[in-house]
Design a protein around this ligand. Structure first.
Ligand SMILES: [Zn+2]
Ligand SMILES: [Zn+2]
Length: 409
């Protein structure tokens, strides 16, 4: 389930209630369009009504919603994970926020908030590894690789306060545990972490000043005026290398894919022909594939994990021709909702998923090293045949219902 948060229009002060993934705002009062971003995951706080004279203590919880893929035994598995887990455990507060985070409207953490902030002791990878171990399925099977492809990652602070010798929940006002006289709780900061700062960017092209286009949950925006695409990094818009493959006749929509040009050591993969041999595909690579760089093609949109893996494998095997320099024109473009940084998590998955003899490859995975030489966003044209979207040059198709469902994840 998605969390919701409150945000105030920086122009007119109107309040918005946004879904966790929403970044592009259009204020219906003052008409201003803006994009919310930050250099670090978003920091939220659960709203509290503790007595005003109390010094608040804020406990960090990692919030992760996404899929955890594992390469274990001789298969690639996946599991949907939707958690909020205490990042500073061992202080006698609940491990998880449970349904509270979903039942309340969160606030973005104001960097001016006064109080004591506990430092996260666990990073997100620790938490996900712990969660994965609780899964009864992989009993005694070796997990050779685990990839977490996050759709939502943030930090949510639970407010507490000290009342006499009790540590009290700032929302329910129930005591959580008793405290010693001068007891300090965990490693703490006297103010919110300085790395957290919300940036509100106007949705104007940094190059030509035209309006940037995207959906509420887009992680990349485009300028149809100067033909550029932008993602964000360190709280700023940054240009993305992109290509649009020209549509033939009757194409309905362009879907975005991250094309990662890679090499790999152990097993050695320098070309697409190497990839065919390493994964033991039942075909002899033609001579020109020896010169063709290896590219992994990852859907740049959220979609059910099973379909995500199918598309990742199909598009990578197809190596679509991406020498696209067609303009955006007026083509409908499906929004980019999966960041390029998450696409980089798929490299070992695609190798594992396409390898015929998994028992030989999987033990190599912990030592497998990919190097990403280039990342670009490629829009491929798809034709609508009623039930499916079908790519015309290469054998990739996608169920339209799966695409719609992906938008609601
Ligand atoms: Zn406004
Ligand atoms: Zn522009």
């Amino acid at each position: 389930m998605d969390l919701r948060f409150q945000h105030r229009c920086s122009q007119c002060g109107a309040d918005f209630f946004l879904g966790e993934a929403e970044r592009l705002l259009h204020c219906r009062y003052c008409g201003v369009k803006s994009y919310l971003t930050a250099a670090v995951p978003f920091h939220f706080v659960l709203p509290h009504q503790a007595p005003a004279d109390q010094e608040m203590i804020f406990v960090p919880y990692w919030r992760f919603k996404g899929n955890v893929f594992t390469c274990q035994a001789s298969r690639v598995d996946f599991r949907f994970v939707d958690i909020t887990q205490n990042a500073a455990p061992g202080i006698g507060v609940p491990e998880s926020l449970g349904f509270r985070a979903q039942a309340m409207t969160l606030k973005l953490l104001d960097p001016q908030t006064e109080g004591v902030f506990l430092n996260p002791v666990l990073d997100l990878a620790d938490i996900l590894a712990k969660v994965a171990k609780l899964d009864p399925q992989p009993a005694r099977e070796t997990v050779y690789h685990r990839a977490c492809i996050g759709e939502r990652t943030s930090l949510v602070y639970l407010p507490l306060y000290r009342q006499r010798n009790q540590l009290v929940d700032g929302i329910t006002h129930r005591p959580l545990r008793s405290l010693e006289e001068e007891e300090n709780i965990g490693p703490q900061l006297s103010a919110p972490p300085s790395s957290w700062k919300l940036k509100t960017l106007p949705t104007l092209c940094p190059v030509c000043g035209w309006h940037l286009e995207g959906e509420k949950d887009s992680v990349a925006l485009i300028c149809r005026n100067c033909e550029r695409a932008f993602g964000t990094a360190s709280g700023e818009f940054v240009p993305l290398r992109h290509a649009v493959v020209a549509a033939g006749g009757g194409e309905a929509i362009h879907l975005p894919f991250w094309k990662l040009t890679v090499t790999c050591s152990n097993p050695l993969i320098a070309s697409f022909a190497d990839f065919i041999r390493v994964t033991r595909q039942p075909r002899i690579p033609p001579a020109e594939w020896e010169q063709r760089p290896m590219s992994v093609w990852c859907p740049a949109f959220r979609i059910r994990p099973k379909v995500f893996l199918q598309l990742l494998r199909a598009a990578t095997m197809a190596q679509p021709p991406a020498a696209g320099d067609a303009p955006f024109g007026l083509h409908p473009l499906f929004p980019v909702t999966l960041p390029g940084s998450e696409a980089a998590q798929t490299l070992k998955l695609v190798l594992a998923g396409l390898t015929m003899k998994k028992s030989d490859l999987f033990p190599l995975l912990p030592a497998t090293r990919f190097e990403v030489l280039d990342t670009s966003l490629v829009y491929l044209p798809f034709r609508d045949n009623g039930r499916e979207l079908v790519q015309s040059c290469v054998p990739i198709s996608i169920d339209k219902n799966a695409l719609d469902f992906g938008r609601k994840l």
